[in-house]
Design a protein around this ligand. Structure first.
Ligand code: TXE
Length: 481
């Protein structure tokens, strides 16, 4: 059975404990590889490699760093198919999605930051009359930690690593233990691209062991984390007394606000995607759908019809729209919310049941589920489910829609469907979210700031924001005569 091992100091190596975790294929429910179950000793070893690499890498010219990042991007592109297949097998997502989104975006992350670093500049402030000149020196932090989740494995892993190394830091990174395969494959790509040894160290293992050791390491200067809100809170509590820089991208419970004046057909088609793409396991999915009363019944009927046409099955079948959920515990968690919805008085309008796919009977498949709720404060409408489950509810006024949109502890993204420009402006200013999409969804320009408000996190990544996060700003003030 294939072993997923650590990549430290440019070499693949077994975990010091020689302990292993099982890696499941969610489509079949079977173990297909084993994962290094690393602990604090492996993290210490990775840290030492990163520390040794830092002086060299931080003094490597921007041109050279950029060249290596662009080479990594090209190599990822060249391996599109094997990487996409590895991602689909490890995560349960349709291969078509990994081919169209996950792997191209992983490549774009390196390409984008490989280019962005050549344009990254800092300010100068001349104090005229005082005879001083100030400039801001932006220096890399040192060794930084990157911890990523299972829903968009290589996509989110590289979203952190690329800006960190572009800015001259060296990295200790841990992918999710649920989907480690593509991060494992990234090691050989980095070697082939000529990334000096120790610049990127990839350690596998569980959150409480390897992840916690990264966060608790006294000399790892910053943590960029994407994952659940509870984990983010724990990380903040561990890191805060050491005054580490933190960027936390956490959960969401995003509203999808549909007004009667929208382009109905476009809205309907995209709402199916924003609800169920990647089995609903994207932090940006619109899991709470609020529809203006006058079109509510029509929407309900049309939405159910479209959703019931989605094909659930083998991720490797080109006709599959929805693959398997990522793991058995996650499937059970999502199912527990469907049961809770019924207890809370919600009405299951469609789906709700596990699916037995012929030939894949032990896989973790679930029907796309639409729940009509009567109180926007019920738990299924408040808590992040992170699966193929959406709630729907009507509203009558813009104020009511806004109140419901903001009536959760999360604030990651929101989608607004309307043709009214004035409403677009009013709502965009008042919605509590890091991103507001208007008449579109998941449209991402990598130059834009990305992150959440409220319990959806702190800090922004993307564009120069990410390069600012991964650098220390130092004011140099020069007095001249
Ligand atoms: O995430 P975790 P899980 C949400 C979603 C999901 C829930 C739990 O609701 O059901 O979170 O998912 C590492 N110190 N999201 O359990 O545990 C862990 O190993 C350091 C939303 O998979 O947050 C993994 O690499 N690291 C989300 C990463 O953190 C720790 C995407 C994320 O795992 C750690 C995923 C610790 N103490 C889940 N504990 C989104 N918003 O994109 C865990 N980890």
């Amino acid at each position: 059975m294939q072993k997923i091992i650590n990549y430290i100091d440019g070499n693949y190596c077994e975990p010091l404990s020689r302990k292993w975790l099982d890696n499941y294929n969610p489509a079949t429910g079977e173990v297909y590889s084993t994962i290094a179950n690393s602990n604090a000793k492996d993290i210490a070893k990775a840290y030492e490699a990163a520390k040794a690499a830092f002086p060299g890498w931080s003094n490597t010219s921007i041109e050279e760093r950029s060249k290596i990042l662009l080479k990594i991007a090209t190599l990822i592109e060249k391996r599109l198919l094997p990487l996409a297949e590895a991602e689909a097998r490890d995560n349960g997502k349709p291969l078509s999605l990994a081919l169209a989104v996950d792997i191209p975006r992983a490549s774009s992350n390196f390409r984008f930051f490989g280019n962005a670093i050549t344009q990254f500049a800092s300010e100068a402030h001349e104090s005229i009359g005082l005879g001083t000149m100030n400039f801001t020196l932006r220096q890399p932090l040192g060794v930084v930690g990157c911890i990523s989740p299972w829903n968009l494995p290589l996509y989110l892993f590289t979203w952190k690593i690329a800006p960190a190394i572009a800015a001259g830091n060296t990295v200790v990174a841990k992918p999710s233990e649920v989907t480690p395969m593509t991060a494992f494959l990234l090691g050989e790509i980095c070697t082939e691209a000529g990334l000096p040894k120790g610049v990127l160290n990839i350690v596998h293992g569980t959150g409480p062991s390897a992840g916690q050791a990264i966060v608790a390491h006294p000399n790892i200067k910053a943590i960029s984390f994407t994952g659940g809100t509870a984990t983010g809170e724990h990380i903040a509590r561990t890191a805060a007394p050491m005054f580490k820089k933190l960027s936390l991208e956490l959960g969401g419970k995003n509203p999808n606000l549909i007004f009667a004046d929208c382009d109905y057909d476009k809205m309907l088609a995209i709402t199916v995607k924003s609800s169920f793409a990647n089995q609903g396991q994207i932090c940006l999915c619109g899991s709470r759908i609020f529809v203006e009363q006058s079109i509510y019944e029509k929407f309900k009927k049309d939405f159910i019809t479209k959703v019931e046409q989605l094909k659930i099955g083998d991720p490797f079948d080109a006709k599959t729209d929805m693959g398997a959920l990522v793991s058995k515990p996650h499937l059970e968690k999502v199912q527990s919310y469907i049961a809770l919805a019924e207890k809370e008085g919600g009405k299951i309008l469609s789906g709700g049941k596990p699916v037995k796919v012929a030939g894949f009977e032990k896989g973790y498949y679930l029907e796309p589920t639409i729940i009509e709720v009567y109180d926007d404060q019920c738990r299924v409408n408040q808590e992040e489910i992170f699966g193929p489950v959406v709630t729907i509810m009507p509203f009558t006024t813009e104020e009511e829609a806004l109140q419901m949109a903001n009536g959760v502890k999360y604030g990651l993204s929101a989608t607004l469907w309307t043709a009214d420009l004035n409403r677009t402006m009013r709502m965009s200013k008042k919605i509590e979210a890091g991103i507001v999409w208007v008449n579109t969804w998941l449209n991402r320009d990598l130059r834009t700031p990305f992150g959440g408000m409220k319990d959806s996190g702190v800090g922004r990544e993307g564009g120069f924001e990410a390069l600012r996060f991964f650098t220390e700003a130092k004011n140099v003030c020069i007095k001249y005569e």
